[in-house]
Ligand binder design. Structure first.
Ligand code: ADP
Ligand code: MG
Length: 434
């Protein structure tokens, strides 16, 4: 309707301009008033044109299978988290203490990537916020991602800032920052006792980089409760006994999702993201099955689904087909490997180049053979044979290669056989594009 009116208005003005031009061209030259009127009319005409068309209009919307891409983004926090009720309830059972003005126990969440740890913690945070709104308590739940704040100083400074204290991001001593942080609890502007729950997501990164000082400080500050989240079950190896003893945490495990659970998660998100009748029936089961094989990773499942949708758009298809999921898998894999390879140090890239040459000539690759080829590739600028072993270990950790020790038979010792674990085509294109 709006568009129709605009079209009509445009038509009227256009006719007006033409009549104008026919009759009064001469007068425009002499009469300032007519000149202004003419100018104003033309300007309005173009403004209306501007309202009607925008170059982006044709690129998105109309021809897309998406009605809203955001729900398929990792950062999107859905209203409900299927299959995590039990874990969220466990967090809530500890945090409910805060509603009675008691500092809750510390909690630790473990689970592999994409098992919903971050989402569940944020969900519990929002729920507690709602519950606390009607109560006479003063609770704050602050979320810190330790990949963004990687030292004790940065975390405490960030907490101070979130709680309204002006602390610089660097420059003060750690003692000064900690004192400022603790002063918040001594007396606060609201006149109520503050209970602070700190969510330390990806805590292993902080502990490995900066030691366990952060836990020491937080566990020794009254009214602070910690929720630590880690992808690794053994992250406590970074915590010394003296700190361990004050971190009397309750542990909650997030198991990997099965294929059916992933399908439930994807169905909810797909309804929010895709237009009706765009998804073929086999798409979600395919994404779920593939992601279940990748250790039940919901993030990967969402990536597959979103990428499959993007491929449908690229192909100009009004439906998302099962075969797009397979293309999506290769595309994601491709990007992942490419990202890793281009950030490797040059010498390691040369080791990969040597591996590529040997793999193509279908040789059995021993470390000795690899070293010889590597030396040819690097033309004099090479590292020692010993160093190559470190490289092999690192590349194996990254999942780009695998090694297999075989016995050559009595008295002839054991040999390491190396093989590439990524697509040779992808490796080749990446190495030669650097
Ligand atoms: P983790 O922190 O364990 O690596 P995330 O919480 O970041 O995993 O989850 C990855 C993605 O999967 C996020 O987009 C999240 O919203 C989604 N997700 C995970 N679990 C669920 C669930 N049970 N229901 C809905 N979405 C989920
Ligand atoms: Mg996370």
């Amino acid at each position: 309707m709006k568009l129709f009116l605009l079209h009509f208005l445009k038509f009227v003005i256009k006719t007006f301009i033409y009549t104008f031009l026919d009759n009064i061209t001469l007068e425009i030259k002499h009469n300032f008033f007519y000149y202004k009127l003419f100018y104003f009319t033309v300007e309005t005409y173009y403004k209306i044109g501007g309202l009607m068309e925008n170059i982006f209009d044709n690129l998105e919307g109309e021809n897309s299978v998406f009605k809203d891409k955001k729900p398929l983004d990792h950062r999107f926090l859905p209203d409900s988290l299927p299959h995590r009720k039990e874990q969220i309830t466990q967090i809530a059972k500890h945090w409910i203490e805060a509603l009675n003005n008691i500092t809750p126990s510390d909690v630790t969440i473990y689970g592999k990537t994409g098992t919903g740890k971050t989402a569940a913690a944020k969900f519990a945070r929002d729920q507690l916020g709602e519950a606390a709104a009607n109560k006479d308590v003063f609770i704050r739940v602050e979320y810190i991602r330790c990949t963004d704040y990687t030292t004790e100083y940065q975390v405490i400074a960030q907490l101070c800032q979130k709680l309204g204290k002006d602390v610089p991001n660097r420059g003060w001593t750690k003692g000064e920052v900690i004192n400022t942080f603790r002063s918040i609890f001594r007396k606060n502007a609201y006149g109520k006792k503050l209970i602070l729950i700190v969510i330390l997501d990806e805590i292993d990164i902080l502990l490995e980089k900066d030691g366990d000082g952060i836990l020491y400080t937080l566990t020794r500050t009254k009214n602070v409760s910690i929720l630590s989240i880690s992808n690794f079950i053994d992250f406590k190896k970074f915590i010394k006994p003296r700190v361990m003893s004050s971190l009397r945490d309750k542990e909650i495990v997030f198991p990997p999702y099965g294929a059916n659970q992933l399908a439930d998660i994807l169905n909810e998100r797909a309804n929010l993201s895709f237009k009706d009748n765009t998804l073929k029936n086999d798409v979600i089961p395919l994404c779920s099955a593939m992601a279940a094989r990748e250790e039940g990773d919901a993030r990967y499942a969402l990536d597959l689904l979103r990428t499959a949708g993007e491929i449908a758009d690229d192909e100009g298809s009004s439906e998302i087909l099962g075969e797009y999921v397979r293309i999506a898998k290769d595309k994601i894999e491709h990007n992942k490997i490419t990202d890793v390879i281009i950030t490797l140090p040059t010498q390691q890239q040369r080791v990969l180049e040597a591996l590529l040459i040997l793999t193509k000539s279908k040789d059995e690759i021993t470390s000795g053979k690899l070293y010889d080829t590597y030396k040819e590739v690097s033309k004099g600028d090479s590292v020692t044979y010993r160093r190559i072993f470190d490289f092999i270990n690192e590349l194996e950790m990254l999942g780009i290669i695998s090694t297999n020790t075989i016995s050559r038979g009595r008295g002839r010792g054991r040999t390491n056989i190396i093989s590439l674990q990524c697509d040779t085509g992808v490796l080749e294109t990446t190495l030669f594009s650097i």
